[in-house]
Design a protein around this ligand. Structure first.
Ligand SMILES: [Zn+2]
Length: 376
């Protein structure tokens, strides 16, 4: 019985690390939901613990498959054939090992721990949006969410002409193919990160999940004309979306510096609790689209949301932002036409979603961060 679960002797060491008393070894893993030992954030300043978390939407832990998608691997570079991402072909289940009983399980090797943590991070993002507002429940919107692939250690060239592969990064992508749209969460291998690898940083996975929310609640509602914008408008929207994703990652982890748990040395400040201001240089790069970094602009937007949350409550602000993004295509006019979008446009749509168009303190926070550079 034991041999079936413990493939390698080293796995005993891993169990000691988890500190979990394993009383039985199940060959028939349950379908789900289950409680699973995962590495998770438990507070600010990069506090992490290995502890049990409910995987509420898990349907089959042998396949790491649930309502929100399936954790998979692919043996090839994802762009080595158009069939892979466009048709969703060639993805394989992970060879996972879990042990436990009574609905509580622990991964028995590093890949299984990583796979369970990836699913846990995506589920945490799903529950955050759904619990804030029913409009944020993607299971009511995405027609085939079970078919979403969460790709562990994806191989992808960082430039088509280069042999260098992405590492120490994560992404959400929606790819159009002959048989419909395919949604992917891509987790790239850990190369240089010495602190919290991205697959264990729930904030990073929630950031990527927020991009999927933006895809379905905003981008999919844009008309054809509304997809043909100036680079200034698209840069502004890209910056807002990065900040939106960072703010929700903070909401779920309670760690405003979640990003720096994996990138302590990273230049640029992604700590949402640190006030930031759009500089004239950033504004001109948005306008001219030269060297524009949407994450930098997004960090300013996220810092404003943090300050608004401190003022009116983060849950109230988070709820307003789900309404905001759900209504953004119509509020900006992009649902039916081509329009220009500035940070001022986004501010007005947020105030509308807050039901506080005359809230001068909220307006002042936007003004402080964006107004000096003439952002609106
Ligand atoms: Zn992003």
């Amino acid at each position: 019985m034991e041999k079936a679960c413990f493939k390698k002797r080293a796995l005993y060491l891993f169990l000691a690390l988890l500190g979990l008393g394993i009383t039985s070894c199940t060959q028939q893993l349950p379908l789900g939901p289950v409680n699973m030992m995962v590495i998770q954030p438990v507070g600010p300043s990069c506090q992490y613990q290995i502890k049990s978390a409910p995987l509420q939407t898990m349907e089959n832990i042998s396949n790491l498959q649930g309502l929100l998608g399936r954790v998979v691997v692919h043996p090839e570079d994802l762009e080595s054939s158009p069939d892979i991402l466009q048709l969703g072909l060639g993805f394989q289940r992970l060879d996972v090992q879990f042990s436990g009983s009574n609905g509580s399980f622990a991964p028995l090797d590093k890949d299984s721990l990583l796979g369970a943590s990836l699913y846990y991070g995506i589920e945490t993002g799903y529950l955050l949006f759904k619990n804030l507002d029913p409009a944020g429940d993607l299971l009511n919107i995405v027609p085939n969410m079970r078919d979403t692939y969460i790709v562990q250690n994806a191989e992808l060239k960082s430039q088509p002409s280069s042999s260098e592969l992405y590492s120490d990064n994560a992404a959400y992508a929606q790819i159009d193919g002959a048989n419909g749209k395919h949604d992917y969460f891509l987790h790239f291998p850990n190369k240089n990160i010495l602190s919290i690898p991205l697959g264990f940083n729930a904030g990073v996975l929630i950031h990527e999940y927020a991009h999927m929310v933006a895809q379905y609640l905003f981008h999919n509602k844009r008309s054809e004309a509304g997809k043909n914008l100036s680079s200034e408008s698209e840069n502004t929207l890209a910056a807002f979306e990065e900040g939106f994703a960072d703010y929700f990652a903070f909401l779920a982890t309670a760690d405003p510096a979640f990003f720096h748990c994996s990138f302590p040395q990273e230049e640029g400040n992604r700590d949402v609790s640190q006030p930031k201001f759009l500089t004239t240089g950033q504004l001109s790069s948005i306008t001219s689209s030269i060297d524009f970094d949407s994450h930098e602009g997004g960090a300013v937007w996220a810092s404003v949301q943090y300050q608004i949350g401190q003022l009116i409550g983060h849950e109230v602000n988070g709820r307003s932002l789900v309404r905001f993004i759900n209504n953004l295509a119509s509020c900006t006019g992009l649902a039916s036409s081509r329009a220009s979008v500035s940070f001022g446009t986004l501010k007005n749509c947020h105030l509308q979603a807050l039901g506080a168009s005359n809230n001068t303190r909220v307006q002042q926070l936007y003004q402080n961060a964006f107004g000096a550079a003439g952002g609106f």
